[in-house]
Design a protein around this ligand. Structure first.
Ligand SMILES: COc1ccc(CNS(=O)(=O)c2ccc(S(N)(=O)=O)s2)cc1
Ligand SMILES: [Zn+2]
Length: 260
């Protein structure tokens, strides 16, 4: 968006606070302009090795629902691509809209998708804990995967079926044996750039890896996402929808692609 947008536009409906980080030079999400991306032949495929037994639980944190993993060992990691060393999987979550016309955080040549998956990993070679890593410039690696409406995603259904048990903010339920690699597209092509968390604390600590190809889910699966609530038990119910951050200026960043 242009800089002339009035500052009301920068008050997020969800967080009620400023969502521009003063002095932020590498904020996310961004619009990926394919013709401006630079092919980097040295960018190897990203390699994920996820152990389904490291899956712990699922919880509603009031922004999205998070599936959290045991990150006390190197059992579930991502490596290769733009990463100098392996990063441990901490959690994955999604962003989606109130309808199928929008919902993703990143866009590709201004194309919006109905939802976007984020697989969050932290640099266990350089930092001791996830909480430490989120404050550091190369502390996190987040794989972004676009969702489009199509055939039912069979492996996702196990997750969709349990969502009613985390309908309210702060609800948590046990969730084990889930292989997160089933959420990755078969095509290995991706874009990568330096950015930030898209929710508070908005720290500029993320190496983003955005997969070129979306995965398909059917409309009824996404409809269940929209049945979740931002609000806790007893509060006036607000449906968890439109939990995406507006596009941020690219500033002087280059998006690299792993493909020509
Ligand atoms: C002090 O402890 C903590 C622990 C965790 C957080 C934020 N949670 S988080 O790091 O998992 C993410 C937030 C936003 C993400 S996105 N949409 O960019 O992938 S990931 C804050 C403070
Ligand atoms: Zn996210």
């Amino acid at each position: 968006g242009c800089n002339l947008q009035d500052n009301r536009a920068n008050l997020h409906p969800l967080w009620k606070g400023e969502i521009d980080v003063p002095g932020g030079s590498r904020q996310s999400p961004i619009n990926i302009r394919i013709r401006d991306s630079v092919f980097h032949p040295q960018l190897a495929p990203v390699h994920t090795q996820y152990d389904p037994n490291t899956c712990l639980h699922i919880w509603n944190n009031g922004y999205s629902f998070f599936v959290e993993f045991d990150d006390s060992t190197d059992k579930s990691i991502v490596s290769g691509g733009p990463l100098e060393n392996p990063f441990r999987l901490k959690q994955f979550h999604f962003h989606w809209g109130r309808n199928n016309d929008w919902g993703s955080e990143h866009t590709v040549d201004s194309r919006v998708f109905p939802a976007e998956l984020h697989l969050v990993h932290w640099n266990c070679s350089k930092y001791r804990t996830f909480e430490e890593a989120i404050m550091e410039p190369n502390g996190l690696a987040v794989i972004g995967v676009f969702l489009k409406i199509g055939k039912q995603h069979e492996k996702l259904q196990k997750l969709v079926d349990i969502l009613p048990s985390v309908r309210y903010k702060d609800a948590l339920t046990e969730f084990n044996y889930f292989d997160a690699s089933c959420l990755l597209p078969s095509c290995v092509d991706y874009w990568t750039y330096s950015g930030s968390l898209t929710t508070p604390p908005l720290t500029e600590s993320v190496t983003w890896i955005i997969m070129k190809k979306p995965i398909e889910v059917d409309h009824s699966q996404l409809a269940v996402f929209r049945s979740l609530l931002f609000t806790a038990v007893g509060e006036e119910e607000k449906y968890m929808v439109d939990n995406f951050r507006p596009l941020q200026p690219i500033m002087n960043r280059t998006v690299h692609s792993s493909f020509e």
